[in-house]
Design a protein around this ligand. Structure first.
Ligand code: NAD
Ligand code: UDP
Length: 319
């Protein structure tokens, strides 16, 4: 993609989801034609409703586990996959099928259209990491038979498929490993920690910390991720990744809960709930490769600013 606008379309699989809808916005704003495909498993039409007015935006209900035969595609983004533990564990076999067969089908489409494909992989490929911060060279510590493995192993296999399509067929693949990303348009029932804490705080309910809250994550605001993704697709054909995309500001879940309470001026109490099985203890990206390959990219939105924007969104949706 070189900023040149033509009649070809950018396909966004999972475009009605949280990240996908922000990506569709950005592509439309930059003048591209966008074909958004989604089966609304966790996504919502509400996320892309405003784009339907644009003659350059098309939407199709499509499950990526079924083969696709779209043509005139100049670039593919594959974001189609449930991403929140409660949703990807609800039907674990569906999750593995989506991650693996869905990616295979989109790689076939990229091959047929001779176009690049960006694969949304995840920091979950590192499992419960024993190395901090995580670099792309770390192979991870994943339980292959646990309740998270449908997602972790599904995404690992998808990465493997991407690199094999590159080696065997010369497909231009870009694998990104996204670390915990949050922002407006996360679903209220998404189940991930930021949306849970904010909806609980603004509606005065108890804030549920799983375990003792000393586990860490590094939270990236969605706009920073979208900027990185747009830079990744402009890298040379021989840059396949994987590349970590995340905010290296590592905080505990307890600190996150306290920040949300402060920013929402909430009277909610913090309560403890059991820690889910195989919940990673620590997670923090090393983003040196991204900085080097993506013209000095680094996250710009700090956690207080990002949370405030997300709180504003949820206040409108919840109250
Ligand atoms: P999301 O659940 O909001 O979006 C996923 C989208 O994929 C939804 O619109 C859903 O309906 C769609 N989908 C699911 N299965 C499908 C199928 N079989 N066919 C077609 N569409 C399908 O989640 P998100 O946070 O926007 O995540 C988007 C992508 O980014 C996912 O692939 C996820 O694994 C990856 N990711 C996200 C994060 C994060 O923190 N948000 C972190 C790492 C990786
Ligand atoms: N978490 C929590 N309360 C919640 C939801 C999640 O304490 O209501 C914890 C969860 O156990 C994990 C961290 O927050 O340690 C991040 O969870 P999330 O599901 O957002 O993402 P992931 O575990 O996939 O990084």
């Amino acid at each position: 993609m070189n900023g040149h606008v033509d009649d070809t379309r950018v396909l966004v699989a999972g475009g009605a989801g949280f990240i996908g809808s922000h990506l569709c916005d950005r592509l439309i704003n930059e003048g591209h034609r966008v074909l958004c495909i989604d089966n609304l498993y966790t996504g919502r039409m509400d996320n892309v409703q405003h784009l339907l007015e644009s003659p350059r935006f098309t939407y199709a209900i499509h499950d990526v586990t079924a083969p696709m035969s779209y043509d005139d595609i100049s670039l593919i983004f594959n974001l189609a996959c449930p991403a929140s533990p409660i949703h990807y564990q609800k039907d674990a076999i569906y999750t593995t099928r989506t991650a693996v067969v869905g990616t295979l089908n989109l790689l076939e489409l990229a091959k047929a259209n001779h176009c690049p494909i960006l694969q949304a992989s995840t920091s979950e490929v590192y499992g419960d990491p024993l190395v901090h911060p995580q670099t792309e060279g770390y192979y991870g510590n994943v339980n292959p038979v646990g309740i998270r493995s449908c997602y972790d192993e599904g995404k690992r296999c998808a990465e493997s498929l991407c690199l094999d399509y590159h080696r065997q067929y010369g497909v231009n693949v870009k694998v990104i490993r996204i670390f915990n990303t949050y922002g407006p348009r996360m679903a209220r029932n998404d189940g991930r920690v930021v949306s849970n804490f904010i909806t609980q705080a603004v509606s005065g309910k108890d804030i549920t910390i799983y375990g003792d809250g000393t586990q860490t994550r590094s939270f990236q605001y969605v706009d920073d991720l979208i900027e990185a993704m747009m830079r990744v697709v402009k890298t040379d054909n021989n840059f396949t990744g994987p590349v970590n995309l995340g905010n290296p500001n590592e905080i505990t879940i307890k600190t996150l809960a306290e920040m949300v309470i402060t920013l929402t001026h909430s009277h909610s109490q913090i309560i403890s709930r059991p820690l889910p099985e195989n919940d990673p203890r620590r997670r923090c990206p090393d983003i040196s490769l991204a900085a080097q390959q993506l013209c000095g990219w680094k996250p710009n939105v700090n956690i207080a600013e990002g949370l405030s924007k997300t709180i504003e969104y949820f206040r409108k949706k919840c109250l």
